[in-house]
Design a protein around this ligand. Sequence first.
Ligand code: BG6
Length: 507
Amino acid sequence: MTELPDTDQCLQEQLEDPAVIVIFGATGDLTRRKLFPSLFSLRRNGLLPENICIVGASRSELSHEDFRESMRQSVDKSADEAPDDWELISRHLFYHSVIYDDPESFNTLKSFLDKLDGEFQTRGNRLFYLAVPPTAYKEIAGQLGRAAMSREDPEKDNWVRLIVEKPFGRDLESARDLDRSLHAHFSEHQIFRIDHYLAKETVQNILMLRFANSIFEPVWNRLYIDSVNITVAEQLGVEHRARYYDNFGVLRDMFQNHMMQLLALCAMEPPSIFQAERVRDEKTKTYRSLRPFPVHDLDKYLILGQYSSGIINDKPVTGYLEEKGVDPDSLTPTFASMKVFIDNWRWQGVPFYLTSGKRMPEKNTEINIQFRQVPNSLFRGIIGEDISANSLTLGIQPREEIHLSFQTKVPGHKVCLRTVQMLFDYHQDHAGPHLDAYEKVLLDCLLGDHTLFWRQDGVELCWGFLTPILEECDCPERGKRLHTYKAGTWGPKELKKLMNHHGLNTM
Ligand code: BG6
C-alpha cells in the first residue's frame, strides 16, 4: 500500500547545481508579476541553492540598486515577512543593460557573467529566460550564439539552457523559422518551451489519475466514453495586452498551446515509463492521430465569437472592440469552441469539445468526461428509459477537485433515482507549500527535466492541425463566421449547434 508521503519529500528533487539565471525583459510585466515572485518564493521555501545568481537584462539603463528596488516592490509583502530571504536573494541579484541588436552589448554581458562565475562559483551554468516579445527571440538567441554564450563546454561540464515562452510562431511556417533560428545556436536538449498549463498541479495530475489507478483506464475509451469536454473559461478580458491579443486571437493564444496539451493528456496512450521523451512521444502520437478539419464544412466543427459589452459580477464591462489598443473593426475571435476527433483505436467516433473564451461569467477550467448511458434501462417501466449517464469532472482551476457523478436510489418505498457526487478536493490531507506553475517550470529547467515542456515536433503538428482553420479565420470573409456574445455569458448562442446533445456543463 502507498503510504501518504512526507510533504517535503514531494516538494522537489535535489537541486544542487549553481547557476546564473539571466532574464531578458527584466523590466517587463512577466518578470515583475511572475518570474521574480516565483524565484523569491522558491528561495523562501528553501528550494533554491544559495549560489544562484539572477541577472536582469533589458534595454533600460538601471543600476543594480534600481533593479533590486523594483524587484523588491514586486514581492513587497512577502519580502517584509521574510527579511533574511530577501537579504540573501538581493545579494545575488544584478542588472545589466543590453541592446538586443548590438553584438558588443552581448560581449560585455558575457564578461559580466564570467565575472559572476568567479565570484559565486556558478561554474558557467546559464539559464537564459526570454521574457521579451516573441519578435525579439531570434535576435537574442543569435546574439547569445555569436557571443559564444550558447555553447556547453564538455571540459567545464557546464550546462546552458534557454527558456522561450509561447507563442512559438504564429503559424506553422513561422514556428519552423523560429526553431531554425534557435537551433542555429542551441541544441534541442538546451531549449525549454514553456506552457505554464503543464505546470499546474491539477494538470499534472491527469496522468497520475489515469495511469496510477487501475479503475479508470479500462473504461477510458470509445466503448464507455460518449464525449470529452475541455473548457477554459476566463472572466478577464484582454487587459493590458490588447495589441498582442488583437494580432493573435484565441486560437493562437489558447488553442495551439494550452488546449492542445490538455487534449493530449486526456487522450494519449500510457508511456512505458514516466520520462520526458517517452511522455512527449505519446503526446506526439496523439497529435498525429487528429482528424484534419473538413474545411468545407467548418461550421459544424467550429464556433468563433467576440465579446460585446455586458455585465460581470454586477459591473458593466466594455466590449472587445472598445478595449484600448484593439482595432475598432477587429475581427479577432475572443472565444472558440471546436469539435475534434482522434482517429485511433481508442477514440474513434468520440467527440472532444474544446472551448475557451474571455469575459465569461466566471473563471473555470475543467475537463468533463461524459460516459455513455447504461445499455439497457431495467428501470424503464418505472422511471423511463433515460438515466443520466455518469460523468467524471477534473476541476483544474480555480476549483481544484475531481468529482464523479453517479446514480443512487432515493431512500423510500418508491423506486426513484438521484444523481449524486463523489468529491475529492485536491488540498485534502495536504498542508505543505504549493508550487505555483512558474516555480515548477523554473525548477524543472534548473534540473534539466523536459517533461513539462513542448517538444518541437508537437508544436509543429499542432500548428499543422490548426492551419486550415487559421487560414479560414484570417481570410477576408472571416466576419461571417464571427458571432457576438455578451460579456458575462457563456459564449455565442450558435454554440448550441456545435454541442448538439452535449453541453458545456458550466452553462
Ligand atoms: C496565457 C494567455 O497563456 O494564459 C492568456 O496568453 C490567458 O490570454 C492565460 O489569460 C490564462 O492562464 P491562466 O493560468 O490564468 O488560466
